[in-house]
Design a protein around this ligand. Structure first.
Ligand SMILES: [Zn+2]
Length: 365
């Protein structure tokens, strides 16, 4: 098994320059590889990773591209691997066609691989190819390092995400089962009747984000005030991401610890009712992140996550008698009584009970 550990790093001025050079070179190579593959496609030729890799080797021999030799060569190769994976995902219809990378893209990163221990953590430093020893905020014992992603955020911070091998300890429990219904008003409702709300601090930050973004939209394009405001927005964004991840980590760990089987909804159901409101946009991003965490933790700790398919009407079905009540389609209806068996339902709890029984039914089928 593997997992990523994120370290805030503090490169000195010289190291920062090398990081930005590497980011620039990786972007250049990625874009050149993409252009090469696009052109080959138009001419009916097949070009894959080996041809783009040969292109990189060729470029390095040219005087005009001698600057490529100054940066981490593994990182350059990885950008072509990433491109290749982008195409695989595209062909398998998991993603759109790879796009050219712009230097104006605010999230910038490159990846490099540990080879013969050239990446390691030593005291309060992480040793990285071409950069040498870079200061880290907190040190941590890690066993085998697979690869590292170096990231420069829109707020000007640097991070190293270290992918390591690790052995998860199985988490024992009573074999409980639970159904989860994620929502906008509350974060989720479960089949035991519990409701987990979004934490207050997260709601407050979201309100702040909406206000700061409104201010940004009023600033004149290209003005220095607009740039200052953009950094402000990025800082609130970053804060929300951190607060949200922290919350999601705790919630997913708790669910995995207490249950053997967790039934969730296929997210497309929710995406269908997506609108462009920011709060909702953040909610849907949280759901997929949350489900990702549940999925990988279930693999780590030997638990089961069952996805209930898209078209199952979990909100409209009475969890007692199975009667389907089309009136509940209206999202404003929070509580309803089943016209058949007269059971009184809370909308979301009822949905999560249905998700649980559907999931268990699918699992035993
Ligand atoms: Zn009923």
């Amino acid at each position: 098994m593997q997992k990523g550990i994120k370290f805030r790093i503090y490169p000195n001025r010289e190291q920062q320059n090398i990081i930005h050079q590497t980011l620039g070179c990786c972007r250049l190579i990625y874009n050149k590889g993409l252009a090469m593959r696009n052109e080959a496609y138009q001419n009916g030729n097949k070009v894959g990773y080996p041809q783009t890799s040969a292109m990189l080797t060729g470029l390095k021999k040219q005087d005009d591209f001698a600057f490529l030799k100054a940066v981490d060569s593994i990182a350059l190769q990885q950008s072509l691997r990433d491109l290749d994976r982008g195409f695989v995902n595209f062909f398998q219809k998991r993603a759109g066609h790879p796009q050219f990378k712009s230097k104006h893209n605010r999230h910038q990163s490159y990846r490099t691989i540990n080879q013969r221990g050239n990446i390691r953590i030593v005291g309060k430093y992480i040793k990285l190819p071409k950069l040498g020893y870079v200061k880290v905020r907190q040190s941590m014992e890690v066993c085998k390092i697979n690869h590292v992603t170096i990231e420069h955020t829109p707020t000007g911070k640097y991070f190293a995400i270290v992918n390591v091998k690790f052995e998860p300890q199985p988490k024992m429990n009573q074999g409980g089962t639970i159904g989860i219904d994620v929502g906008i008003k509350e974060f989720y409702s479960d089949s035991n009747g519990n409701v987990v709300s979004n934490p207050k601090y997260l709601e407050q930050s979201m309100g702040k984000l909406i206000r700061e973004q409104r201010k940004l939209s009023r600033k004149e394009k290209g003005s220095s005030n607009r740039n200052k405001q953009r950094v402000k927005v990025a800082l609130v964004h970053e804060k929300i991401t951190n607060q949200r991840n922290d919350f999601l980590q705790k919630q997913s760990t708790m669910l995995i610890r207490e249950n053997q089987t967790i039934c969730i909804e296929d997210l497309k159901v929710k995406n269908m009712m997506r609108n462009h409101k920011l709060a909702q946009h953040i909610s849907s991003a949280s759901w997929s992140k949350f489900f990702d965490m549940l999925l990988y933790k279930s693999v780590w700790y030997g638990k089961k996550v069952v996805k209930v398919p898209t078209m199952y009407p979990s909100s409209q079905t009475c969890s007692c008698c199975g009667y389907k009540n089309p009136l509940v389609k209206n999202l404003a209806i929070r509580k309803w009584e089943c016209p058949e068996c007269h059971m009184r339902h809370d909308r979301d709890t009822n949905a999560s009970v249905n998700i649980l029984s559907k999931g268990l039914q699918m699992q035993s089928a």
